[in-house]
Ligand binder design. Structure first.
Ligand code: CTP
Ligand code: CA
Length: 226
């Protein structure tokens, strides 16, 4: 489907976008992960490229083809995602957008061999993963940062709280409790929050929404100093 082009609003700007899930290995054949198709991140990458940006997509495992003209850095774990994103930002980044569904925890160790079932129950010890977005946003000379927040309740409150806690310029919140929207779906409905305002976007295709989000992000980015 053709989108109204957002001609050149991001010309000359370098964007780094995280997308997809991460996978945290339990043993050679198993992992912990999140629901995430990567569609929103890939759609944003395509829209940003169409708007003239130089785009690097740091992507967890997804079944999507990279948009034309977009560089992809493939990653698997949350630790890989932080390393890949940090390297991409080091190479030059004006705007950082985190759409990835990063696993918050990983098994404290990955078994060398496949774990055989034995007892009627088993437990896994988990440890916290690093937060890519918060780490990038707290850097000296941090890029303009945009986070995503998938919430099932109190969407506005949790999203604004995350924006403040992680020191973000903007946050895009979606209510994943709405049936047929959000992760794995082709459509999404979101509300974008920033320090001085908010804007809702009704349910629509992710490509269409991505073009509008890129326009809004470009607008806020240009306004950032004022
Ligand atoms: N994020 C990240 N690295 C993590 C966790 C989250 O970069 N380890 C980013 C996501 O890509 C998203 C934003 O942070 O842009 C918010 O993610 P979310 O899971 O909603 O927030 P958390 O801080 O992990 O809080 P919680 O899952 O407890 O709601
Ligand atoms: Ca999380």
């Amino acid at each position: 489907k053709l989108q109204a082009p957002v001609d050149g609003v991001l010309a000359g700007l370098r964007l780094v976008i995280t997308a997809g899930p991460t996978r945290e290995p339990i043993d050679p054949v198993r992992y912990i992960s999140n629901h995430s198709s990567g569609k929103m991140g890939y759609a944003l990458a395509a829209a940003a490229r169409a708007a003239g940006a130089e785009v690097t997509l740091v992507s967890g495992p997804v079944a999507l083809v990279a948009p034309d003209g977009v560089a992809v850095v493939p990653v698997v774990t949350a630790a890989d995602m932080l390393a890949g994103a940090s390297e991409a930002v080091d190479a030059g980044c004006d705007i950082f957008i985190a759409t990835a569904a990063v696993a918050d925890y990983r098994p404290d160790q990955c078994a060398d061999q496949k774990i055989k079932k034995s007892e009627s129950a088993m437990s896994l010890a988990l440890v916290r993963n690093p937060d890519t977005l918060a780490t990038i946003a707290r850097r000296e000379n941090a890029p303009f940062t945009v986070g995503f927040a998938a919430e099932t309740t109190d969407v506005a409150r949790y999203a604004r709280d995350k924006m403040q806690r992680k020191n973000l310029n903007m946050i895009v919140a979606n209510d994943v409790s709405r049936p047929g929207l959000g992760f794995n779906s082709d459509d999404n409905a979101v509300t974008v929050f920033w320090a001085g305002g908010e804007q809702p976007f009704e349910a629509q295709g992710k490509a269409e929404l991505a073009a509008k989000l890129v326009a809004l992000i470009a607008d806020r980015y240009c306004d950032r100093a004022s």
